[in-house]
Design a protein around this ligand. Structure first.
Ligand SMILES: O=P(O)(O)OC[C@@]1(O)O[C@H](CO)[C@@H](O)[C@@H]1O
Length: 321
């Protein structure tokens, strides 16, 4: 089973404006939708929709509107009761389809709530499971909270993937480089996060990849793999993704199409990778499945996560680097 941990879940509210967004202007809303989100929730949703065993673990109060929304979403989950409300993250869709994302920091967890969350995660995990730690950390959790989870989960022989950014990502890298935890078995950075991890300039890496110049991203991904990260899946938006593992390094191009919302595309790509992994597929197929899920996600509105029938896996677009 794949267990996801969303340390800082969110009500994802998507508002579509009647006219383009202008800073300082007054805007009218044409459409308004709210989904239960957060990166781990999104990953679990994709896996569950594909018929795989998954459990989303997250902090949320029993009376929280988030919990009611999640309960109606047909997604196996375990909530750890917390006193504070789940945050609301806003996506503003401005004609002709430009999305602006505004994320709240989230409500702080108390030390006791943080402890209960960690215990719930470990209690839900069995040998043979894979744990995906996804998204930002709620305030109150120390920046090295993910590093501590990896350490404990590895002691229980459970492999761990991580998708995060900024301070928790930096703290994780500092911890594995100082041998305070093992490196994760899977990392799924975008170009900016790859830059945060390697000291390279993420914008330069992304711009080069868009021009078909993959050497900078390949070099950075291989450097992380050389530091012990089992698989490094770098998502590059329209330029597809690069995967570096012990078996080799590959690029998979993305089929271009209509972009409705990029929200959840990275989570869908991570889910695509995990889906192919749990089904025993080889690394190049996992990469193709990741890109296919990411591509399908951007064609869907808001935080909508693709169903398998909306995903077209193109192994012919994978090439070894
Ligand atoms: O603030 P974080 O935890 O980094 O990201 C949260 C978030 O932007 O990630 C998902 C999309 O990837 C959304 O469901 C959610 O709003």
């Amino acid at each position: 089973m794949i267990i996801t941990l969303t340390a800082n879940p969110s009500l994802d509210r998507t508002v579509t404006l009647t006219a383009p967004l202008v800073p300082g202007g007054v805007h009218r809303i044409a459409e308004d939708a709210t989904q239960a989100g957060g990166k781990g929730v999104n990953v679990s949703r994709a896996l569950h929709q594909a018929g795989e065993d998954t459990l989303a673990v997250l902090p949320a109060g029993a009376q929280d509107p988030f919990t009611a929304l999640l309960a109606g979403a047909d997604l196996p989950h375990r909530t750890v009761p917390v006193a504070g409300p789940v945050r609301t993250n806003l996506t503003v869709v401005s004609p002709p389809g430009v999305t602006t994302k505004i994320n709240e920091p989230g409500h702080a967890l108390t030390p006791a709530e943080a402890e209960t969350l960690a215990t719930a995660l470990h209690g839900a995990t069995r040998p043979g499971d894979f744990v995906m730690l996804s998204g930002s950390l709620a305030p109150g959790l120390p920046a090295d909270w993910y590093a501590r989870r990896i350490q404990e989960l590895h002691e229980a022989a459970v492999p761990v993937g991580v998708d995060t950014s900024d301070a928790p990502l930096a703290a994780l890298a500092a911890a594995w480089r100082a041998d305070r935890c093992a490196a994760p078995d899977l990392l799924t950075p975008n170009a900016e996060e790859l830059g945060q991890l390697t000291g390279a300039d993420g914008a330069t890496i992304e711009a080069a990849a868009e021009q078909g110049e993959l050497a900078p991203v390949t070099e950075a991904a291989r450097a992380l793999h050389a530091q012990g990260v089992g698989a490094v899946l770098v998502t590059l938006g329209a330029a597809g993704a690069v995967l570096a593992t012990a078996e080799g390094t590959w690029h998979c191009a993305a089929v271009s199409g209509e972009v409705l919302s990029t929200v959840g595309a990275g989570d869908s790509a991570a889910a695509g990778y995990l889906l192919a992994r749990v089904r025993g597929r080889e690394e190049p197929e996992r990469l193709a499945c990741a890109v296919a899920y990411g591509t399908a996600a951007v064609a869907l509105p808001g935080t909508t996560i693709p169903r398998p029938d909306q995903v077209a896996v193109r192994e012919d677009l994978v090439r070894a680097l």
